[in-house]
Design a protein around this ligand. Structure first.
Ligand SMILES: Cc1ncc(COP(=O)(O)O)c(C=O)c1O
Length: 367
């Protein structure tokens, strides 16, 4: 006798068609550049392998660390994969060579690893990262020529490219991006090798920063890199819909305090809904009363504190709401950017935080 599987409590539906459309937009905007699609952190929470396979048209994928790269190889991804943090020990260097990974080299310790590498299965494609003003990772720009001379004679190194990362590309009014780009150009004058600088913000906002390779992350997932805008403003389509359902609709009395800490008090007799999602699923605990959700496709507001497994909703204006009704936390009709603003954070964090308890289901109904 077969038993019906229960439908998942909360779920993230990942629209692969939207993902590919966003990649096409990136390509169209940066038509002279190759695209390194950033899929680190479980593809910004969307599911590493599903996203990687859907982005097969990208020229390379970028991940943070070797574990993510090996997960891609185990999952059948055979194309170029770039390790943005590079490697920290000899065994990782060996693994990178064995699995044909590109590595970023940003620190003297990594130059040392390359110098002392035993015969590798194949020379590595290396991206040298220069610190042009972000002051996180990278060599001083003035070191570029010496590093080039050192690596171009190394048996461990095959192709050599150059990379930098922008600190303020999400702020179109800042001149920091143009300054960083000028430092990058000057440091590399006369040196061979492809160049890569642009994350999503620079790809969309600074045409002169696109160079040989662009490295979009957040825009692929349908989110604007700029704080006051949404993906739709950039022509992007949202990829993740986070949804759950109502598990209770309760009649409350004027003066009833709702949830932990009793932080929200009913101003009148009213219906309060309980939806099955909480910070244990990655929904942000800092979302304030008034954060929008969709109940049956219509806006309602979060009230009271977010608990581990549940949130409470003001259902005034939803007289027909019933347990089982769909609740959308973000997706088409309610941007993750708007929710992030109510939670005092950015969409990147919300997407990455969707937890392992939430199954990712893919949807694919288009080109
Ligand atoms: C080195 C590097 N390049 C590109 C990206 C993609 O950035 P974004 O998601 O803003 O496009 C990241 C992400 O943080 C990164 O660390």
């Amino acid at each position: 006798m077969s038993r019906a599987a229960p439908s998942p409590r909360a779920r993230a539906v990942v629209d692969l068609c939207a993902l590919r459309a966003n990649l096409r937009l990136a390509r169209a905007r940066a038509s002279g550049s190759r695209v390194m699609a950033v899929v680190k952190a479980n593809a910004y929470g969307h599911g590493l392998l599903e996203v990687a396979h859907a982005l097969a048209e990208a020229d390379a994928l970028a991940v943070a660390c070797i574990e993510e790269a090996l997960a891609l190889r185990r999952g059948g991804v055979t194309g170029r994969v770039v390790l943005l943090e590079g490697v920290v020990e000899a065994a990782e260097l060996e693994l990178a060579a064995r699995h044909d990974l590109d590595i970023v080299v940003h620190h003297d310790s990594q130059l040392g690893l390359l110098d002392s590498a035993r015969a590798l299965p194949a020379p590595l494609r290396v991206w040298v990262k220069l610190d042009t003003g972000m002051h996180r990772l990278g060599f001083a720009p003035g070191a570029a020529r010496a590093i080039y001379e050192r690596l171009s004679t190394s048996r461990a190194v095959g192709a050599l490219g150059w990379m930098t990362h922008f600190a303020c590309a999400d702020d179109r009014d800042s001149d920091a991006t143009a300054r960083q780009l000028a430092v990058f150009d000057a440091a590399l004058e006369g040196l061979p090798g492809v160049r890569s600088a642009a994350n999503s913000g620079a790809l969309l906002g600074w045409p002169q920063a696109r160079l040989d390779w662009v490295r979009p992350g957040i825009l692929l997932y349908g989110v604007s890199p700029y704080p006051a805008r949404t993906g739709a403003d950039e022509g992007l389509a949202p990829v993740m819909t986070l949804e759950t359902r109502l598990i209770a609709v309760n009649a409350r009395r004027r003066g009833d305090a709702i949830g932990y800490g009793g932080t929200w008090v009913c101003p009148e007799d009213m219906a309060v809904g309980v939806a099955a999602i909480g910070y244990g699923d990655g929904y942000p605990r800092h979302a304030v009363s008034g954060t929008p959700v969709l109940v049956g496709g219509a806006r309602a507001a979060l009230i009271g504190r977010v608990s581990m497994d549940m949130i409470t909703l003001d259902l005034r204006g939803h007289p027909h709401a019933r347990p089982g009704d769909p609740v959308t936390l973000w997706g088409p009709g309610l941007t993750v950017e708007e929710v992030a603003r109510h939670a005092g954070t950015i969409a990147y964090e919300l997407l990455c935080a969707v937890g392992p308890r939430v199954p990712r289901l893919t949807r694919d109904d288009g080109p």
